[in-house]
Design a protein around this ligand. Sequence first.
Ligand SMILES: [Zn+2]
Length: 384
Amino acid sequence: MPANSVDLLKQLVAFDTTSRNSNMELIHFIRDYLAGYGVTATLIFNEDSSKANLIATIGPNVAGGVVLSGHTDVVPVDGQDWASDPFVASQADGRLYGRGTADMKGFIACALAAVPMFCKANFKKPVHLAFSYDEEVGCLGIQAMLPDLKKHVAPPRLVVVGEPTSMTVANAHKGQHVSCTRITGKEAHSSRPEDGVNAVEVAAELIGFIGSLRNKARDSGARDDQFEPPYTSFNMGPIKGGSAFNIIPNTCEFDWEFRPVPGDDAKKILSTYQTYLDEVINPRLKALDPACGAENSVWAYLPPLKAEPGCDGETLALALAAKNDTGVVAFGTEGGHFQSIDFPAVVCGPGDIAQAHKPNEFVELSQLAACDKFMVRLAEALTG
Ligand SMILES: [Zn+2]
């Protein structure tokens, strides 16, 4: 008796794939499950082989297939007040509770539950499974997978990124660039300002500059009224520097991010900042002491998902989801990374993002049933 999506989701939830942990047990479970239906999976490992992405193709590997994309990691439950064990899925009130039920093992479970049906169907075009690690900590897995997808997966008609949209079809979201700026100054007694270089003051200056970039993006940058807010937004994150009020701080570092609307030029924003570091800040600091300086590194990057209204992939996605209209989502996904290798992508999956990342995360069983139906229509579309 082939497993159904609810039972599979219970099994997937039981693997604690919080991003800081290995996902190998879950990946091996999926690999073995697929092997049971004669489907061979390719694993793409991270640097220390503690995590892997999984790619598998069902049907002929020809152009025009559909990629079902999911991330296998989940966010931590630390400090959250759960009514039950987050890694033991519990069923109540027509819902399945557990970490990852909505974000986004529910979609993976539905895709896996459909595998026996996919294998029996006489596919003219393939289904590809693309399951990643480390989405929740900066989309690291998908970035490692892109070259293999490009090489081994015939150009698909559509990628369905199964993040929770309550099974509606979203065709756009903002991007995200997260940077860390580190300033090296020079320590000295606070009474002797000429002897030191104050890293915290330099940070304040840079934060002011980022504020001017923010104002420019808000007041005269690209706009897209589908989003709230409709412009590229910025945030200053954690900052740390200095050790005592009477010591000139020799280091300071801060994280900052911006979320470009599709159509805004993220590279230009970053290069404007880098030019300011290279031409204004660093020459001045190096003149005081060659060991001083400020560096910025982008440590997480998510390209925006750009709408391709009326494109063939989107039309198919609407038909599979039995919906008439597309929308946008406020959160980031791996979709923009797929677009970067010319794989058309939409976001559509079971569950509600409102339940994600919170205690007592759940997915409605009716959502899993709707996703199961989506898979049935997909099998029909690829057979005909
Ligand atoms: Zn997610």
